[in-house]
Design a protein around this ligand. Structure first.
Ligand code: PMP
Length: 360
């Protein structure tokens, strides 16, 4: 029996994708082998990679002046790759801090240049998103970095920040990519680890405007130079082949669903199901201000810590797994990425209501 897995990532994948991968496991389309066994330079695999890139470009409406890279190292390696590549021209950059991962990105970048905090919501425990008027922006910065969806706290930027003097905008979209349409042309770089909305861990997608690679800091490892990856079509070394294949299948599933506009509608409906239970309750408490609530990661607490623990235990017994909150934050976090079916969300909300009735 498959469980409803509310993990922040690696997370559920669409069942049709897993079934298709299972069907093709031993013999991919008459090749006589699994995608895992193919040379990354073989025609059959090059076609898979080209197909995945074409589908991503189409689903996200990526303009022609952007390159798509399939890398490894997770979103975390981008915390270093971004500054190493972009601080070559100007040695300073701005970071907006709205949660745990943007703070990690900021700390990493400080190793490579003069990094400023352009805005933060730390004063209220990241319960809100710094607003445009409050951002203190440097018009001469190499870039402005932010993280669109804060996986740990469960908040989402309600706007795309505007930079000064066309400073490139760099965005960590790990936990919201493909959840709703975005205007790629507003960004210099978009990056995301695949293990939430795109496929398995091990694959990191980078979408980069084509004028940005080519000015990395001199000690940047060859592999980490975006220009090298662009020149080699993400095949400077062996890429995460199987992840690239599964991303292609996931994108095909998204296309069949109606693309990102349709996905956004479903995601809004799923999130509203959970938030409406929370809002109607005196028993559960949320900590993110309403305008900034994430559609992907929903955080809340029961009346006390014992009840939090009981909630997690009883949910798990019902096949609603990984609902425990992030270790530093406590409470619950239910991640409802693209692949979480509406039935899974309904099973969760039914349980939440029942748990409240029994324990209020
Ligand atoms: N950024 C965000 C927003 C994340 O949610 C995560 C992972 N949970 C990371 C970065 C780190 O990603 P990875 O594990 O792929 O390095």
């Amino acid at each position: 029996m498959r469980v409803y897995n509310f993990s922040p990532g690696p997370a559920m994948m669409p069942e049709p994708v897993l079934r298709r991968a299972a069907e093709e496991m031993l013999d991919y389309q008459g090749s006589g082998m699994s995608v895992m066994e193919m040379s990354h330079r073989s025609k059959v695999f090059m076609d898979i990679a080209a197909n995945t890139e074409a589908r991503l470009r189409s689903v996200m409406s990526i303009p022609d002046n952007y390159k798509v890279l399939f890398l490894q190292g997770g979103a975390t390696l981008q915390f270093s790759m971004v500054p190493m590549n972009l601080l070559g021209r100007f040695r300073h950059a701005d970071y907006a801090i709205s949660g745990s991962f943007s703070n990690k990105a900021y700390k990493e970048a400080k190793k490579y240049g003069d990094i400023r905090v352009a805005g933060t919501s730390e004063d209220r425990g990241f319960a809100y998103i710094p607003q445009q008027v409050d951002l203190d922006l440097d018009g001469g910065a190499a870039y402005l970095h932010y993280c669109m969806n804060n996986t740990v706290y469960g908040s989402l930027w309600d706007y795309v920040p505007q930079t000064k003097n066309d400073v490139p905008l760099v965005c960590d979209m790990s936990s919201c990519i493909l959840s709703e349409p975005v205007d790629v042309s507003k960004f210099g770089i978009i990056y995301a680890g695949a293990q939430k909305n795109m496929g398995p861990s091990g694959l990191t997608v980078v979408i980069i405007r084509d004028d940005l690679p080519g000015a990395c800091l001199p000690y940047t490892p060859t592999w980490m130079d975006y220009a090298v990856q662009v020149k080699n079509g993400s095949m400077y070394n062996t890429p995460a082949c199987y992840g690239i294949y599964l991303l292609g299948l996931t994108l095909e599933w998204l296309e069949n669903l109606g693309g990102l506009a349709a996905m956004q509608k479903i995601n809004r409906e799923k999130a509203a199901m959970v938030y409406s239970v929370l809002d109607a309750s005196d028993f559960y408490k949320t900590f993110i201000d309403k305008p900034y609530r994430s559609l992907m990661n929903i955080t809340f607490k029961a009346r006390n810590e014992e009840l939090d623990a009981k909630f997690v235990k009883e949910a798990t017994a019902r096949g609603l797994i990984n609902v425990k909150g992030y270790r530093d934050l406590g409470g619950m976090r239910t991640s409802i990425y693209n692949a979480m079916p509406v039935e899974g969300v309904r099973a969760l909300t039914d349980f939440m209501k029942e748990f409240e009735r029994e324990n209020a």
